[in-house]
Write a protein of this length. Structure first.
Length: 417
């Protein structure tokens, strides 16, 4: 009788554990915003208010989790605004995502989740900065992402210039712009108007807190040099493993043990070398399986092996090197920090990524994870093609939140003096 009771308890425990699995945030992969008219993914989204978009991700487990989300409205500085949920949401958040699919014909088992906005549960009614947070069924936070919704109430004209500082004329790019309100003047623009300028959809490479240099009628003019300067960087490196069992100009070999592995050719530090044009998609990525029409569930995962041959003249033991791109939201985590192999004199890293086309680059940071921007592994060049975006915020007199009243972007491909 005791044996039967023990067996029953063991069976109950196994069944209970299988139905009460807690989702591990480290199992979340391939987080991506996507516009319905775009064919590339990004970890940051800017779109017009009421325009449809989606965010999707994979959970690398063999079971389907209950995942919930909340949406918070924020001010210019990304702190929560004073608006009530009912003032910026028509409907309700904190509901379960009901669109998900199990992977098909892949070595790596996963569940693909997709959230469309707007949807049957909610519609966002105010412009501004937003943070969307995802939770498991136990209320544990899995991850957050930021996005911005704007109203087309002003136009923004952007010019990309070379630095007027001769020391950086070949290394930096300057973003000058002019804001033109479409209907009326901005009241007290020096206080009520704020701007955010960022590079290649990367909020971690941005400038805030700049005030207009002067007014031209109702237009606000920003023509600073030092205050609006960005390091030019270099074109992104890339690899394409949409055909996972193939070699290419970027992939030297592949293997299959449990899941596929793709071994990239060793990259070389480009510091001190001449600029070479190489088309890229400005840090973004595209999930793609050449053998499937349903990439979201039929694209497999592979271990991608990166290696970097550093220039020892510039690197030392006080620095860390990371592999970043929009695919990991440019985050400096231990997961994407490279280790140095003294025998091979190389930095090395293994990352698990979904099949597709990826832009990536190497970032150097100190031990406190502060990026050393002037020590770009790819070098800094004024010729580099970058995408620069300008977001305009306006708080009316007596207003309770920062509206986003304008947005524009421009390429540095046609940089001028």
């Amino acid at each position: 009788m005791k044996k039967i009771s023990l067996i029953f308890k063991i069976i109950f425990f196994i069944c209970f554990a299988s139905f009460c699995q807690q989702t591990d945030g480290e199992k979340i992969k391939s987080i991506a915003f996507e516009k319905f008219d775009a064919n590339k993914q990004s970890n940051f989204y800017v779109g017009e208010l009421f325009q449809s978009f989606s965010i999707s991700f994979d959970v690398l487990t063999g079971y389907e989790s209950d995942i919930y989300y909340t949406i918070d409205h924020c001010n210019y500085n990304w702190r929560k605004s004073k608006l009530l949920k009912s003032e910026y949401l028509q409907g309700f958040d904190d509901v379960k995502i009901d669109t998900y699919y199990s992977s098909f014909n892949t070595y790596q088992i996963y569940t693909h989740y997709k959230l469309n906005i707007p949807n049957n549960d909610l519609r966002i009614t105010k412009s501004g900065n937003y943070v969307i947070t995802f939770f498991d069924e136990y209320g544990e936070e899995l991850f957050q992402r930021k996005f911005i919704l704007f109203e087309n109430l002003s136009s923004v004209g952007i010019e990309i210039k070379r630095s007027r500082d001769l020391q950086f004329i070949n290394e930096k790019q300057i973003v000058n712009f002019e804001i033109n309100p479409r209907l009326s003047y901005f009241n007290r623009p020096e206080k009520n108007v704020k701007v955010l300028i960022f590079k290649n959809d990367n909020l971690k490479d941005s400038i805030m807190g700049v005030k207009p240099m002067y007014n031209r009628g109702k237009n606000l003019v920003y023509k600073y040099d030092k205050e609006l300067s960005f390091w030019g960087g270099n074109e992104y490196l890339y690899f394409d493993n949409k055909n996972i069992r193939n070699t290419s100009v970027r992939i030297r070999s592949y293997d299959l043990i449990d899941i596929y592995s793709n071994f990239l050719y060793t990259d070389i530090s480009r510091i001190g070398k001449k600029y070479t044009y190489n088309p890229d998609i400005n840090g973004n990525f595209v999930i793609n399986n050449i053998s499937s029409n349903e990439d979201y569930i039929e694209a497999d995962y592979a271990n991608i092996y990166f290696s970097l041959n550093p220039n020892n003249k510039f690197f030392n033991s006080t620095m860390d090197v990371y592999v970043v791109g929009s695919f990991n939201d440019y985050e400096l985590k231990d997961e994407n920090k490279m280790t140095f192999d003294n025998l091979r004199n190389k930095f090395e890293l293994k990352l698990k990524l979904k099949q597709g086309f990826y832009n990536y680059k190497y970032i150097v940071a100190d031990k406190s994870k502060k990026i050393i921007k002037n020590l770009n592994v790819g070098g800094n060049f004024d010729e580099t093609e970058n995408k620069y975006s300008v977001v305009v915020y306006y708080r009316e007199n007596g207003g309770r939140y920062d509206k986003v009243v304008g947005y524009s972007n421009a390429s540095s491909e046609f940089i001028t003096n």
